[in-house]
Design a protein around this ligand. Structure first.
Ligand SMILES: NC(=O)c1ccc[n+]([C@@H]2O[C@H](COP(=O)([O-])OP(=O)(O)OC[C@H]3O[C@@H](n4cnc5c(N)ncnc54)[C@H](OP(=O)(O)O)[C@@H]3O)[C@@H](O)[C@H]2O)c1
Length: 253
């Protein structure tokens, strides 16, 4: 299938490694013109270089999406580099962990800025040009926790549900302008984030036993779903959450 994203300007945040990098690689392979973002400038430059080796046009813009001013600067530099983004992938690292009863206000505030407001600010920033052009694709990377809360990931559970509700609301507002807004909800995916969360072999083996596919997902498998939602053929899919979780969430809907 031709995804019809060749030549499109795309901004992928949280893209120096893991799922974000895989998404950038998938869009680069389809011929999108990319701006990739993460906080660590050196790691980001190395990631951009790896993407360029495939022949893609890739610009690296470092910045913290949890900070409003830096989001504004990122959007301005993206516009300079590739023009107004036609595709936005809002992704970042996960918020602090902790049980629901124990998490204190400062961590809640951090999770709010990192997980919810980064998505809101990025989407608001790209929307006017997408609406004006009559074409746009926004994809939020969330988590299976939006369907099934994960123990000890209270902030992820709470704020990703918020991102999902924000996206669903926005999707109806902008559908008539050719802009789609969807979420991809990864299950347990083999990245550094997963290594941090499930460091010992016993915990990993127990986790894998709960996954119907009996393995972790690969970042490229999440990226493939994202790339489809960014495509021309996905024009009539909006307001949705696509789980890519190896069957973990067992509900009918
Ligand atoms: N892996 C999983 O099993 C899994 C499952 C469900 C959901 N998720 C969610 O999917 C997202 C990506 O996960 P991942 O496993 O790919 O994580 P990862 O391997 O930790 O990669 C996170 C990426 O985001 C960047 N980043 C982190 N904080 C940022 C910020 N404030 N501003 C800009 N960039 C930032 C990181 O680079 P810098 O540190 O240099 O900024 C890195 O490039 C996370 O939100 C995670 O919670 C992951």
């Amino acid at each position: 299938m031709d995804l019809q994203v060749a030549g499109k300007a795309a901004l992928v945040t949280g893209a120096s490694k893991g799922i974000g990098f895989a998404i950038a690689a998938a869009l680069a392979a389809e011929g999108a013109r990319l701006v990739v973002n993460a906080r660590d400038e050196e790691a980001l430059a190395a990631a951009a270089e790896r993407l360029r080796e495939t022949g893609a046009e890739v610009h690296a813009v470092a910045g913290d999406v949890a900070q409003a001013k830096q989001v504004k600067a990122l959007l301005a530099r993206t516009k300079e580099a590739v023009g107004d983004p036609e595709i936005l992938i809002a992704n970042a690292g996960g918020p602090p962990t902790g049980t629901a009863a124990a998490i204190e206000d400062p961590a809640w505030a951090k999770g709010f800025e990192l997980t919810l407001m980064s998505a809101v600010r990025l989407a608001r920033g790209v929307l006017p040009a997408m609406r004006g052009a009559g074409w746009g694709r926004i994809v939020f990377v969330t988590s299976l926790s939006v369907k099934q809360p994960i123990a000890n990931l209270t902030l992820s559970n709470a704020f990703r549900a918020g991102v999902t509700a924000f996206g669903r609301t926005l999707a109806s507002e902008v559908a008539e302008h050719g802009v789609t807004v969807n979420s991809v909800a990864p299950g347990y995916t083999a990245t550094e984030r997963l290594d941090e969360l499930f460091a010992d072999d016993y915990a990993r083996a127990r986790l894998i036993a709960t996954i119907p596919a009996k393995r972790f997902g690969e970042p490229a498998e999440i990226a493939a779903a994202v790339a489809f939602l960014c495509s021309g053929p996905a024009a009539y899919v909006t307001g949705q959450t696509l789980l890519v979780d190896g069957g973990v969430v067992g509900t009918t809907f």
